[in-house]
Design a protein around this ligand. Sequence first.
Ligand code: AMP
Length: 287
Amino acid sequence: MRVVADRAGWRAELEEARRQGSRVGLVPTMGALHPGHASLVSAARRRCDLVTTTIFVNPLQFGDAADLDAYPKVLDADLELLEPLGCDLVFAPSVAEMYPRHPAPARTTVHVEGAAVGFEGAGRPGHFDGVATVLALLFNLAGPCTAFFGEKDFQQLSVVRQMVEDLDLPVEVVGCPTVREEDGLAMSSRNVRLGPEGRVSARALSAALAAGIEALGSGSVTAAEAAMAAVLEAEAGVEPIYAAVVDPATMATPESAAAGDELRLLVAASVDGVRLLDNLPGRLGPA
Ligand code: AMP
């Protein structure tokens, strides 16, 4: 496994690999890797010839400087996790390498609407523009590739699919299922910031989704949203942020959903001051 920190070196290696007929698999991450990230690398390994993981904590997608500072940075441990998974090439650039003008405001950014509106887009202004901007830069450096993203960040996955479609980028986007702890909590680099009690309370997010899926099966979107909200509200130490059912492609409220349609249930809550997200698919049952 090779590790490069410069854009030109990374771009050149991927160009050379493609020239030799390799299909490039790209796994963008912010590091502090866990089995959820590992599942993306393994999916890339199965489908592609050259697997490259990027590790870059992107300052443009953090609204809050304290959240950026608190984000775990553990490159050596990340490399140890990646090596046995068969990752071929790691791109771990500095902020100066990615954004030479930083911290001066970025001159050119990608602005996303549509799937980026509401939910994380509402709670974290500028977040998805920051995500889209760094991914546009990474996709441009990487060139034609298959890129792997977790369904864990479902709105992000929808925003990436939308950007790739709208800008006709030469990237195939693959979504991979959420990897969970044994008690159902979605794995996240942020979970280490939960205290022991918060860690127990955090189970309410996956429990809320289970309640929502059941209520959705009885034919009502509003009943599903209410069921999820009730589970979050009942748990001490959990501050609900949203509980919603959306059209998975557009992230909009499903105005004209019919029985049998697959929708997406989303929850977000703050636990110990940590913003936790989760989501699952659910099918609307007959009313
Ligand atoms: P991050 O490092 O948080 O930016 O995440 C990098 C990628 O890993 C994103 O595509 C995430 O959706 C994905 N990811 C994070 N947690 C999980 C998880 N528990 N299961 C599957 N994918 C995940």
